[in-house]
Design a protein around this ligand. Structure first.
Ligand code: C2E
Ligand code: MG
Ligand code: MG
Length: 395
């Protein structure tokens, strides 16, 4: 496997390129610096997986925005660290463009650059490229036909992994998020990014969610018999909140299995609330009346307005990992997370931070008064037996 170790630099200030190149080589990666974007494109046509480009936005010849546009048309473009001496507004718009071009953004930084931050960001990114489950998942995207998902459910090829959530203040386990995977007989473990969307588009998502909920119910019963009482969070798609009888079905299932409905948390994304708000509001409100908890997932990335957040009776707010992951290096991300925590608390919601990848981030969350943390630093999503081992190994 080729190591993802090249960091490209484009900045019209030669001293800057020199300084950053030295820094990058000091931490053990190869640096390739350019003072003109056109020369960069002449010399580099192919990128190794996981490479990084530190890109200055303000350059006289071809500026950073033009560079991003060209990169978007290339195969396997590098992840970006954007740099600009302009105000935060310019960087924000550049970030939006990055997203629109489907380029991976590591961070955007103002000038003068804090070298420590650059070092931390690159180290973090390189470590992650080697181990990130979702990157691995993306790199082996396979062609899945809609009916195969239905067959997989029938043949019981889906499995659940559980990712622990801990109370930030005490470190105690409070609950788990159930994340579905497909144990494919030929392709091995397939991650949800490769099949959930297909299931949603082809009407298989109801079947899939039913399978997940049944599996979670059985799991909760088993944990309960072992004296483990924790919450379990399940991800629900927009397509699932269209059936008006969903609250009754779920509530009956929990009752039949003698499970406390308050320990089941349904996670909904902001964008799931974009469509038929009347129907989903009806269903979500009755789910709450039946005692289940509702969580707004990936908060901050959707397009719903704050008033929608106020209308829907959520009990939990999950701050998106794209902000959480940057709080130790990015002032704006930190401000956003802090505001989300305050907002959640003002609306009487429990606030969960997802994507906690290091101790420093957890420490920031502690200072900000966040309630619950979830992320690779605590544990990756794991099969049930590994979860129990993880739990036993904790002080
Ligand atoms: P999500 O609900 O936001 O779940 C969190 C995702 O972030 C999971 O990816 C998890 O493995 C990953 N993650 C956890 N900690 C970290 C971290 O520290 N750093 C980083 N970079 N990532 C972290 P996963 O399992 O691949 O799931 C992706 C998405 O697929 C989920 O995002 C959820 O939207 C969807 N999904 C998963 N299971 C189900 C399901 O049963 N039903 C439905 N409808 N959607 C599901
Ligand atoms: Mg989730
Ligand atoms: Mg999420």
């Amino acid at each position: 496997m080729q190591l993802p170790n090249t960091v490209y630099l484009i900045d019209d200030e030669a001293e800057m390129v020199e300084l950053l190149s030295e820094l990058i080589e000091l931490i053990g990666f190869e640096a390739k610096g350019f003072t003109q974007a056109s020369v960069f494109f002449e010399q580099v046509q192919v990128f190794a997986a996981g490479s990084v480009l530190i890109l200055d936005l303000n350059m006289p010849e071809m500026d950073g925005i033009q560079v991003m546009r060209r990169l978007a048309g290339m195969l396997n473009p590098p992840a970006l660290i954007l740099v600009s001496g302009h105000d935060a507004g310019v960087l924000n718009s550049a970030e939006k463009l990055c997203e629109a071009h489907k380029l991976e953004l590591i961070a955007s930084l103002g000038k003068p650059l804090a070298l420590d931050t650059v070092r931390t960001l690159i180290r973090k990114h390189m470590n992650r490229s080697l181990s990130d489950e979702s990157l691995q998942a993306n790199s082996n995207i396979i062609n899945i036909e809609p009916h195969e998902i239905e067959l997989a459910i029938e043949k019981n090829e889906l499995v659940l992994h559980f990712q622990p959530q801990i109370a930030v203040a005490t470190g105690m386990l409070t609950g788990v998020e159930a994340l579905v995977r497909w144990l494919h007989p030929v392709h091995g473990l397939i991650y949800p990014n490769s099949f959930i969307e297909i299931a949603e588009r082809h009407g298989t998502i109801d079947l899939l969610t039913q399978w997940v909920i049944k599996a979670v119910v059985n799991q909760e019963k088993e944990w309960l018999s072992k004296g483990l009482t924790i919450t379990v969070s399940v991800n629900i798609s927009a397509e699932n909140i269209t059936s008006l009888t969903l609250p009754e079905q779920l509530s009956k299932l929990l009752e039949d299995n003698k499970l406390d409905p308050t320990r089941l948390i349904l996670e909904v994304t902001e964008s799931a609330l974009m469509g038929e708000l009347v129907t989903s509001l009806d269903i979500l409100t009755r789910l709450r009346l039946k005692g289940l908890q509702l969580s707004i997932d990936d908060f901050g990335t959707g397009y719903s307005s704050l008033s929608q957040l106020h209308k829907v009776p959520f009990t939990e707010l999950k701050v998106d990992k794209s902000f959480v992951g940057k709080i130790s290096v990015d002032d704006e991300a930190r401000a956003i997370v802090k505001t989300c925590i305050m907002l959640g608390h003002e609306l009487n919601m429990k606030v969960v931070a997802e994507g906690v990848e290091d101790e420093e981030t957890l420490e920031y969350l502690r200072l900000m008064g966040c309630d619950v943390a979830q992320g690779y630093f605590i544990s990756r999503p794991v099969p049930e037996d590994e979860l129990l081992n993880w739990l036993r190994s904790r002080p």
